[in-house]
Design a binder for this molecule. Structure first.
Ligand SMILES: Cc1cc2nc3c(=O)[nH]c(=O)nc-3n(C[C@H](O)[C@H](O)[C@H](O)COP(=O)(O)OP(=O)(O)OC[C@H]3O[C@@H](n4cnc5c(N)ncnc54)[C@H](O)[C@@H]3O)c2cc1C
Ligand code: SF4
Ligand code: SF4
Ligand code: SF4
Length: 377
């Protein structure tokens, strides 16, 4: 049995692989560096379970959140090292203090992005900050299921499609599960990430962290930084000038499924949705600072309850969902595939990573921006 015939119809969540009773599905990396399931036809018994797990085939109805908040973790150090307002760290802390387990994305020692679990607050720091690379979910769904069956509290965080995949994989509601999705406009290729890292010629053994969103010069206008011992910067560049980030923001290196996302707009049925609160300055200018504000959508009673529990550790204001979405359409709408995507990958297949390193910024220059503003007035 073939699970997919069109790559844009697979978000790589691995739910099918983890549920197959014959364990005859494996994930293989394609030329663009994304993982796709391949079935061993000899061992497949045509039970159809894989298709029942698939969040692309089995899309659920859209839902609007029950309540939406703009929030900032009161711990400034944590907020500074998080990508938005640092709310995720508070959620994890709450679960671990209840003797629970938290799943999320972290860097392994080769700086590949992997999904796994932690049980202690010390270990949980690995989840802090967005890694702009598709994470390899591995067997996280089946591990989470085992913990849930043991009655442990489980927080599972991931992109919207990973949460949709987990919920289908589990196939039932668990009172001891809290699902937290991070809004994403798309995930870049792990292969491009590996090759980009090689281009930097940095000894990975000397790296202690990589910050895709280093906010030391602000939440807006942030940098991409590679950090070494004693917080020394081994490499740092404004995101708008960094080739890897340029390709990400020009949407050239995203997984094909991200241009027709199966899980946006509340379709994953996650308990909580986290996003950058872009546009907060238009909604509540006093709340805006340049350190990072999270948008927190509570989509279920469970989500509401946990937010109440952590609310003393945050500065929090209730906001209006519909007024906020126009400033961050990734919450509900897929990214448009750019005209240059095909060309980018054709050149990559011929010339390799040089095509990324030769990219030019598509941001208009300051002079051009001022000119455009005058003309539009
Ligand atoms: C690839 C990607 C694209 C994003 N694009 C947008 C966007 O367009 N608009 C927007 O508003 N927000 C986007 N975000 C979300 C945003 O950057 C923050 O992650 C989110 O607001 C939570 O921030 P925080 O400060 O609460 O916690 P943080 O500490 O910044 O976030 C940590 C959480 O992010 C998870 N995470 C990190 N990297 C990955 C990954 N590769 N795959 C799955 N989970 C991951 C961790 O497991 C943890 O749950 C994106 C995130 C990612 C990973
Ligand atoms: S049909 Fe059943 S046995 Fe075959 S790949 Fe799918 S889940 Fe596995
Ligand atoms: S989206 Fe997930 S479940 Fe569906 S085919 Fe791809 S890996 Fe399998
Ligand atoms: S845009 Fe959609 S399909 Fe792509 S990683 Fe994000 S949630 Fe998954």
């Amino acid at each position: 049995m073939n699970i997919i015939t069109d790559k844009s119809q697979c978000c790589g969540c691995s739910a099918c692989v983890q549920r197959c009773p014959k364990q005859c599905i494996s994930m293989y990396e394609d030329e663009e560096g994304f993982l796709y399931p391949v079935v061993d036809g000899q061992r497949c018994i045509n039970c159809g379970l894989c298709k029942k797990m698939c969040p692309v085939i089995n899309q659920r109805e859209s839902r609007e959140p029950l309540k939406v908040y703009a929030s900032k973790n009161k711990n400034e150090k944590v907020r500074q090292s998080s990508s938005s307002g640092g709310v995720f760290s508070l959620l994890v802390e709450n679960i671990i203090r209840q003797d629970g387990i938290a799943f999320g994305a972290y860097f392994n020692k080769n700086y590949e992005v992997i999904h796994d679990s932690v049980e202690t607050l010390v270990d949980a720091v690995v989840f802090c900050g967005s890694k702009y690379v598709q994470s390899n979910i591995n067997n996280s769904f089946s591990k989470a299921e085992q913990y849930l069956k043991q009655g442990r509290m489980v927080l599972f965080s991931g992109t919207q499609c990973q949460i949709a995949g987990l919920r289908l994989y589990l196939g039932k509601e668990y009172d001891n599960l809290l699902t937290v999705e991070v809004v994403c406009h798309g995930v870049p290729s792990p292969k491009i990430w590996r090759e980009y890292m090689d281009c930097l010629h940095i000894d990975k053994r000397k790296v202690t962290n990589i910050l895709f969103k280093d906010k030391s010069s602000g939440w807006r206008g942030y940098s991409f930084s590679v950090v070494g011992e004693n917080s020394t910067l081994l490499f740092s560049e404004k995101a708008e000038k960094n080739k890897y980030m340029m390709a990400f923001y020009q949407n050239l290196t995203l997984r094909p499924s991200c241009y027709s996302c199966p899980a946006k707009g509340g379709k994953s049925h996650a308990d909580i949705t986290l996003a950058d609160y872009w546009g907060i300055e238009n909604i509540n200018s006093a709340f805006n600072d340049n350190v990072g504000v999270s948008m927190v959508c509570c989509n279920s009673e469970k989500g509401m309850n946990i937010l109440k529990k952590i609310s003393d550790s945050m500065n929090l204001i209730e906001t209006d969902f519909n007024a906020s979405v126009p400033f961050n359409t990734s919450i509900v709408r897929s990214t448009l595939m750019p005209i240059g995507r095909n060309d980018f990958w054709l050149k990559y297949k011929k010339e390799g990573i040089g095509v990324l390193m030769a990219l030019k910024s598509d941001r208009p220059s300051l002079i051009k921006r001022i000119f455009n503003r005058i003309v539009s007035r």
